[in-house]
Design a protein around this ligand. Structure first.
Ligand code: C6P
Length: 413
């Protein structure tokens, strides 16, 4: 059974009060909270076997290396990568996508080639491609977003052609909560011989994800959104493609032989991990994966679907005052609820909710082309859920929203 009360006990921060009110943490799409098990993994490393990896012959280094590589294997298993060699450690989703843009794309794309992405991307999956487009004369195309907050894939034929080399899109939108149709997009990409990059920042923490079943070539995600520490992220690369990629950063660790004027590269995936890696946080991400595996990702998804259904239903009584975004169909909707109150700026709303101990995010969510240009708002408010959130917390959110709306409406008249 999915025992939320028991889960909550694993997260020390959830017993905190903010302005004298119990913390209601609804900013999980920005970063998740960390269970004791993850925090303890950090303490264990620093207190018990802190040392560098892949270098020493001493006991501490061997233990650190073993645990670091065990974490890689856990993560590979978690996303169904088939082999731990397919997992490259980076800082976060942003760095993972930059790695693909700076290596595979620089080497393989030429003037006139095209990249298809979407109007609902996080800046991380736009700005690296813009750089490439400007420097190499690559054409960017965008799948539009419907009024329901889904991708309009009805005109894929006109967006894809023989020059399309990459289709890069998010698995789940961080603004709309939309779970995108990977199958359709991947099939269409394959038909044109294009590779597929999935931004899994919002999907990997919240639902079962199997990169081989999804048939993507690259998948990027961040540890800090899935109960792991900040500063550790993952790039999955299909091994046949990684084999042909040049290194991203150069220096120690990623080399096999070095002469004064030349060098050869280390085995995969170390060829892509230059310098001393983020050892403690990698091992702690392994602990986060253990925690999620024990919960069972299908159960995680089911719990969040329930909370989202409850939130969408509860928000109905505010429908006169709010504009809501994202699909209603919970089969294609994750635990993200973005909204805009007609009478209150999202930042004012965020500040008022904060005074009630409720943490939401207000802003453009690093998706300006979607929020500003497609939704027509400078900012939205966003509540995002995780395994420890409860229906009572949704009630508290709705109650605080009502209060805030009453307050601002009173001032407006
Ligand atoms: N979205 C949010 O509040 P980093 O910052 O590299 O760990 O993750 C970037 C990123 C990439 N893609 C998607 C879909 C994301 O949601 C994010 C991070 C956070 O929505 C911070 S802006």
């Amino acid at each position: 059974m999915f025992d939320v009360a028991k889960i909550r006990q694993d997260f020390p921060i959830l017993s905190k009060t903010v302005y004298g009110k119990p913390l209601v943490y609804l900013d999980n799409a920005a970063t998740s909270q960390k269970p004791r098990q993850v925090i303890q993994a950090l303490v264990d490393y620093y207190e018990g076997y802190n040392s560098n990896v892949h270098r020493g012959v001493h006991a501490l280094s061997m233990e650190a290396t073993q645990r670091y590589e065990e974490a890689r294997q856990k993560i590979a298993d978690f996303i169904g990568a088939g082999s731990s060699e397919a997992v490259i450690f980076v800082r976060n989703t942003t760095e993972a996508i930059n790695l693909v843009a700076g290596t595979w794309a620089v080497a393989n794309l030429k003037t006139g080639d095209e990249i298809l992405t979407t109007e609902m991307e996080h800046h991380s999956n736009l700005v690296p491609w813009q750089k490439l487009a400007k420097e190499k004369g690559i054409v960017l195309r965008f799948v539009p977003v419907t009024d329901q907050g889904t991708l309009d894939i009805s005109n894929l034929d006109s967006l894809l052609n023989e020059r399309t080399r990459l289709v890069a899109f998010n698995h789940m939108s961080n603004v709309l909560g939309t779970i995108n149709p990977v199958d359709e997009l991947t099939r269409a990409a394959r038909a044109k011989g294009a590779l597929v990059l999935l931004d899994g920042a919002q999907s990997v923490p919240h639902m079962p994800v199997n990169v081989q079943e999804l048939d993507c070539d690259f998948m990027a995600f961040s540890g800090h959104k899935m109960m792991g520490p900040t500063g550790i992220g993952v790039l999955y690369v299909k091994p046949s493609i990684m084999d042909q990629m040049e290194p991203f950063l150069r220096g120690g660790e990623m080399v096999k032989q070095v002469w004064l004027e030349d060098a050869t590269w280390n085995d995969l995936p170390m060829k892509f991990e230059a310098g001393t890696p983020n050892i403690a946080d990698t091992i702690a991400l392994g602990a986060a994966v253990d925690y999620l595996q024990a919960l069972d990702m299908s159960q995680v998804r089911q719990h969040e679907t329930q909370i989202t259904a409850y939130a969408l239903e509860s928000f109905r009584e505010l429908k006169e005052d709010l504009e809501m975004y994202g699909p209603e169909d919970l089969n294609i909707r994750g635990g993200i609820v973005s909204f805009y109150a007609h009478d209150v700026h999202p930042h004012d709303l965020g500040t008022m909710l904060d005074r009630e101990g409720i943490a939401i995010r207000a802003g453009h969510h690093c998706a300006m082309p979607l929020v500003r240009d497609r939704l027509g708002k400078a900012a939205t408010a966003r509540a995002s859920f995780y395994v420890y959130n409860t229906e009572e917390e949704v009630d508290q959110l709705v109650e605080a929203l009502k209060q805030a709306l009453r307050f601002f409406k009173g001032r407006a008249t």
